[in-house]
Every structure is written in structure tokens, then in C-alpha cells.
Design a protein around this ligand. Structure first.
Ligand code: PBG
Length: 346
């Protein structure tokens, strides 16, 4: 019996049953109260802005499926990095978009000193030094004429396959070239087995012990990457299901993460973000290294598309999605919303 049950039936006190000793609404009563008890906060320094630099363009080119996201010239890239830094975003993730003629079977422009990505990395590092961290995408897909993340070979049955072990030396050269160009962080996103160990060894041998690795550890073969393929002018036919993970699988991500940590990953990443929050929160529980999540192109484009239709409030959904990703366990969030978010939460 509750201590309140003696009260006269029908009086207001009769409602004060023991069940209502706890009234969670008390702590939701005003903005100040809600902010006082907020368990999760976004901060501009959590955010990483993915950016694109394209070769041989005269002016920045807005990606039609990603409003507000551009293929940059070197000049417009530097201006956009400056703007991001002013908003408090101090890490960018750079992707290169070469011209078609520069693509080849092995993606060799990815490790060429004058390849578009390495030029972009160098320009940002020279301009911003250590004030803005430059992370480079360490993957062949933008640079191969077939669009796969690794090199191809023919197996003993005459089948074309993405050749894991033949790809690793390409990643090694690419990572070393990126480090030489000034990358603070390299980010292998190709999901080849052993890529972290291979890259760590190559960086160390070349004297780049100080360059960190953000491993795309749990990266799914996701249809949410659709708009990104426009962004980089991808040449891919088919899919990446022989190397990226099956969306049906959870435990496999734990294996991938364990391997990457054992191989020397400084950060691990889960990608995409919102559809894989279960994976993200489990990874956060499991490892002691920072855990990043990538809110990918399709997640960004869907929010914009719905907002353009007047179906959702762009700003509110942007904030809620980022907060949810952080609440699930992300220490860092890679997102095309980074600058807008930073302005909202800075
Ligand atoms: C591969 C890479 C991809 C993305 C980041 N790195 C594409 C893919 O794996 O097909 C997707 C990012 C996004 O969708 O925003 N280099």
C-alpha cells in the first residue's frame, strides 16, 4: 500500500499514487532544464567534413544529388576548408576525382605525386598546417577504370575477381604518397583483408610513424552510397558485395573491428551510420580506440530531398540524426552536414 492511499477518495491527492512519485516530465519543463539534463551533446570538434577535389575543372561543381556539396577546384577547396574551420570543423576527409583519361586498371594516379588527391592534400596541409587535420581516402575506386576498390585478376575458373593480396601493395603506395603529401590521417575504405597491417608497415618503413589510420572497419555494401557515386564520377558496374559486408550481418563487424584494432588501427569506423546504430553501439562497447561513424551520401540526400518536398524540417532532422549517431556511440561523425551542424551547436 502506498503512503498516499489513506487520502480521501476523489480528492486530488488520490492521484498521487506511488507510481507517480517519479515524474520524468519535471526534467523536460523548459529549454534550460532540458539542456541541464542532456546526456549527449554535439560539438564542432566531433565533426569531420568529407570533401571532393576534382581535376581539370574551372569552377566548383555542385553535385546534383547532394545539395550544397561540391566537386572543388583547388582554390574553392581551400576557401571551403577555411569556412569549415571558422565554424569549428577541424578535420576534413578528402576524396579525389580524376579525369576519365587518368583512370587505369590499377588506379595508379592514386599514388602519383601529382595525382589530384595528393595535390589536394598537399594544398590543404601547406595552407593550414596542423590547424586543420587532413584525412585522405585511401582507396582505389575513384582511380580505377573499372571502379572497384581493388585491382582485378582472373581466378582459376576464368572468373574476374577483386584480388585482395595484389591490392595491398597499391594501398601501401597510396598511403605513403598521402603521408608524403601531408595527410595527418589515412583512411583505408576498401575492405581488403589485412589492409591495416599492410598500410601501417608501409608508413612505418617510410618514416611516417606519426601518421594515423582511421580504418573503415565495418563498412557495408550499402545502397545508401548511391549519390556518392555521382560525386566521384564512379566507373563501377555491378556491386562491391565480395568485399564490403552483407547488411544482414552483425557479428562479422565485430570480427572486422577486432582485426583492425589488432593490425594497428588508431580509429575504427562504422559506415553507413543511421541504419547501423546497433553495430555502432556494440563497437563502442567493445574497443578502446575512438569510434567514428560515417553519415553517408544517401543519408544526407534523403534528408535534403524530403525537406525540399516540405515533408520534414531540414535543420531539425539534421540535428536529430547527428545526435542519434553520437548517442549510439560515435566519438567522431563524418557528415556532409558538418559545417551546418557546427554552426548550430558551436
Ligand atoms: C570508397 C568509398 C565510398 C564511400 C566512401 N568511400 C563508396 C563506396 O564504397 O562505394 C561512400 C561515401 C558516401 O556514400 O558518402 N572509396
Amino acid at each position: 500500500m502506498s503512503e498516499f492511499s489513506e487520502n480521501t477518495a476523489g480528492s486530488r491527492d488520490a492521484n498521487y499514487d506511488a507510481g507517480l512519485l517519479r515524474r520524468p516530465r519535471r526534467l523536460r519543463s523548459s529549454v534550460a532544464m532540458r539542456e541541464l539534463v542532456a546526456e549527449t551533446r554535439l560539438h564542432p570538434s566531433d565533426l569531420i567534413l568529407p570533401m571532393f577535389i576534382a581535376d581539370k575543372i574551372d569552377a566548383p561543381n555542385e553535385i546534383s544529388s547532394m545539395p550544397g556539396v561540391y566537386q572543388h577546384t583547388e582554390d574553392s577547396l581551400l576557401r571551403a576548408v577555411e569556412e569549415a574551420a571558422e565554424a569549428g570543423v577541424r578535420c576534413i576527409d578528402l576524396f579525389g576525382v580524376p579525369v576519365e583519361e587518368d583512370k587505369d586498371h590499377n588506379g595508379s594516379q592514386s599514388w602519383a605525386t601529382e595525382g589530384i588527391l595528393n595535390r589536394g592534400v598537399r594544398a590543404v596541409r601547406e595552407r593550414f598546417g596542423d590547424d586543420v587535420l587532413v584525412m585522405a581516402d585511401t582507396c582505389l575506386d575513384e582511380f580505377t577504370d573499372h571502379g572497384h576498390c581493388g585491382v582485378l585478376s582472373t581466378d582459376r575458373f576464368g572468373q574476374t575477381v577483386v584480388d585482395n593480396d595484389a591490392t595491398l601493395p597499391c594501398y601501401q603506395q597510396m598511403a605513403v604518397a598521402q603521408a608524403e603529401a601531408g595527410a595527418h590521417i589515412v583512411s583505408p575504405s576498401g575492405m581488403m583483408d589485412g589492409q591495416i597491417a599492410a598500410i601501417r608497415a608501409a608508413l612505418d618503413t617510410a618514416g611516417y610513424q606519426d601518421v594515423a589510420i582511421m580504418a573503415y572497419s565495418a563498412k557495408y555494401a550499402s545502397a545508401f552510397f548511391g549519390p556518392f557515386r555521382d560525386a566521384v564520377g564512379s566507373s563501377l558496374q555491378g556491386d562491391r558485395r565480395t568485399y564490403q559486408q552483407d547488411p544482414a550481418n552483425f557479428r562479422e563487424s565485430m570480427l572486422e573491428v577486432d582485426l583492425d584494432v589488432a593490425e594497428g588501427a588508431d580509429f575504427v569506423m562504422v559506415k553507413p551510420a543511421l541504419p547501423y546504430l546497433d553495430v555502432l553501439s556494440a563497437v563502442k562497447e567493445r574497443v578502446d580506440v575512438p569510434v567514428a561513424a560515417y553519415q553517408v551520401s544517401g543519408e544526407y540526400s534523403m534528408i535534403h530531398a524530403a525537406a525540399r518536398n516540405g515533408w520534414i524540417d531540414l535543420d531539425a532532422v539534421m540535428m536529430e540524426s547527428a545526435l542519434s549517431i553520437k548517442r549510439a556511440g560515435a566519438d567522431q561523425i563524418l557528415t556532409y552536414f558538418a559545417v551546418d551542424l557546427a554552426r548550430r551547436c558551436g
